[in-house]
Design a protein around this ligand. Structure first.
Ligand code: H2U
Ligand code: ZN
Length: 344
C-alpha cells in the first residue's frame, strides 16, 4: 500500500508531468449512491432513425453500406480536412498560429444498434482491434498523429448509442502527445528503459491496482489516476504502435478490454460512460522509448454523481476523492459476467 494514504497527498504522473491531489474522505464513498434504473438497455437491433445503422442515410445524403462487421466513413462534419494548406503565422511571439491538416473518420463497431463493446465477446472485440490497427497504419503514413478514441454515453457527449468510435489524424503533434513523448523520451534517455514497460512490471509484482490481466496485457488503475475510475491498458511486452501488435497480443487485448468494460458496467449496473483512446508512438520511425497504451477516463464518481473537474481542478490541479487503490479494489472484485448476461 502506498504511504500517506490517510493524509491529503499529491501523486506525480510521470507520463505527463502533472500532479494530482488525493484528498480522501472529502465526499461520500463512490459506491454509496442509490441505484438508478439503467438507461439504454432496451434498444432495437436496428433503428431506422439511426445514422450509423446499415443502409441508413446520413446527414448530407450519404448512404451507409449494408455492412456486417465494422464500417468506416469520413465524418460528414469533419473538423480537419486533408486539403488545408500547411501555413504558419507569428506576427508577434504572443500571437502564434499554424494551420492543421488532417481527416476525421467515424468507425462503427457493429451493425447491431443494441450492442456496446462491453456486451461483445472478446472474439467480436478482436475485429475492432484489427480495425483500429489497419486504420492507424493507413493514416500514420500521411499524418504525424493518429488519435483513435471512443466517447461512450451521452454523459461524455456521444451523439448516438450505436456502438462507434472516431479517429482524428492530423499534421501536428497534439499537446498530450507532445507531453507523453517528451516524458517517455527523457526517461528512456536517463535509464535506458521504457517507462511504461517498467511501470507494468512494477504493477504486476504488487497487483494492488491491477483490475484485470492476462499474459499479454493488464488494465490497471494508474498510481497517479485523476478520474475516480480511470484505467490504463498496458501491454506486457515492448510495442510502440497498435498496428505492431501480434495476433496473440490482439487476442489478449480483446480479452482484457472485455474484462475491464464488463466490470465498468457492473460497477453501478448501468452502461458506464467514458472517453477512451489509444496513444501509440507518433509517426512511423522506430520509437523504443514509446510504449503503446490506452487511457480510459470515466466521469462518474458514483451511480448518481459525476465527478466535476471544476474550481480547484481547473485553477490549481486535478483532485480525487478516493485513492486509486480503493477504486481498484472495488472494480476488481466485480463479476466477470456482464449484469445483462447473467442467467444466459
Ligand atoms: P460521437 O458520438 O462520438 O460524437 O461521434 C459521432 C460523429 O458522427 C460526430 O463527430 C458524425 C458527427 O460529426 N456524424 C456524421 O459524420 N454523419 C451524420 O450523419 C451524423 C453524425
Ligand atoms: Zn444504429
Amino acid at each position: 500500500m502506498p504511504p500517506f494514504d490517510d493524509q491529503p497527498h499529491r501523486r506525480f504522473n510521470p507520463l505527463t508531468g502533472v500532479w494530482t491531489l488525493v484528498a480522501v474522505g472529502r465526499t461520500q464513498r463512490p459506491w454509496s449512491g442509490k441505484l438508478e434504473p439503467a438507461s439504454g438497455d432496451d434498444r432495437p437491433v436496428y433503428d431506422p432513425e439511426c445514422y450509423l445503422c446499415p443502409r441508413n442515410t446520413r446527414a448530407g445524403g450519404a448512404v451507409n453500406a449494408d455492412y456486417e462487421g465494422t464500417f468506416v466513413f469520413t465524418n460528414d462534419f469533419a473538423s480537419l480536412r486533408p486539403e488545408t494548406p500547411l501555413l504558419s503565422d507569428e506576427p508577434h511571439p504572443l500571437l502564434r498560429t499554424e494551420t492543421e491538416q488532417g481527416t476525421c473518420r467515424v468507425i462503427c463497431f457493429s451493425p447491431r444498434h443494441d450492442l456496446t463493446l462491453a456486451l461483445m465477446r472478446p472474439e467480436e472485440i478482436r475485429r475492432i482491434v484489427d480495425l483500429w490497427a489497419t486504420q492507424t497504419a493507413e493514416l500514420a503514413d500521411v499524418y504525424r498523429w493518429v488519435q483513435v478514441f471512443e466517447n461512450r454515453g451521452a454523459e461524455m457527449g456521444a451523439s448516438n448509442p450505436h456502438p462507434h468510435g472516431q479517429i482524428w489524424a492530423g499534421s501536428a503533434l497534439p499537446t498530450q502527445a507532445m507531453a507523453e513523448d517528451a516524458h517517455q523520451r527523457n526517461y528512456f534517455g536517463a535509464t535506458g528503459r521504457s517507462m511504461l514497460l517498467e511501470y507494468a512490471e512494477l504493477e504486476s509484482t504488487d497487483e494492488t491496482r491491477v483490475i484485470v490481466d492476462n499474459d499479454e496485457w493488464m488494465a490497471v488503475m494508474p498510481y497517479w489516476a485523476t478520474w475516480p475510475f480511470e484505467a490504463l491498458l498496458l501491454p506486457r511486452r515492448g510495442v510502440a504502435r497498435i498496428n505492431d501488435l501480434s495476433p496473440n497480443q490482439r487476442d489478449g487485448l480483446s480479452e482484457v478490454l472485455s474484462g475491464l468494460l464488463v466490470r465498468y458496467d457492473n460497477l453501478f449496473e448501468r452502461p458506464f460512460p467514458y472517453s477512451m483512446g489509444w496513444h501509440g508512438a507518433p509517426g512511423t520511425e522506430p520509437a523504443p522509448h514509446w510504449q503503446l497504451h490506452a487511457h480510459f477516463y470515466p466521469p462518474l464518481l458514483n451511480v448518481t454523481m459525476r465527478k466535476f473537474m471544476v474550481g480547484y481542478e481547473m485553477l490549481a490541479e486535478g483532485q480525487r476523492d478516493i485513492t486509486p487503490e480503493e477504486a481498484a479494489i472495488r472494480l476488481k472484485g466485480l463479476s466477470a459476467v456482464h449484469y445483462l448476461r447473467r442467467g444466459e
